[in-house]
Design a binder for this molecule. Structure first.
Ligand SMILES: [Zn+2]
Ligand SMILES: [Zn+2]
Length: 58
């Protein structure tokens, strides 16, 4: 609730998601955290880790 703008970061490499081509979605495990993926990590299928439940996924 504290962040209104696009301050979503890539959950894999940590860069801010600003460009088109990036995506974000709720954690498939806990549904509480939002997973962000930059185009680069998405392209290379880099693993992400949920900050809420430590779920790892492609
Ligand atoms: Zn990334
Ligand atoms: Zn999670």
């Amino acid at each position: 609730m504290s962040e209104g703008k696009s301050s979503q970061r890539c959950s894999s490499c940590g860069i801010f998601l600003v460009d088109r081509g990036s995506s974000s979605f709720p954690c498939p495990n806990c549904g509480n955290a939002t997973i962000g993926r930059c185009p680069n990590c998405k392209d290379q299928s880099v693993k992400y880790v949920c900050e809420e439940c430590s779920f790892e996924g492609p």
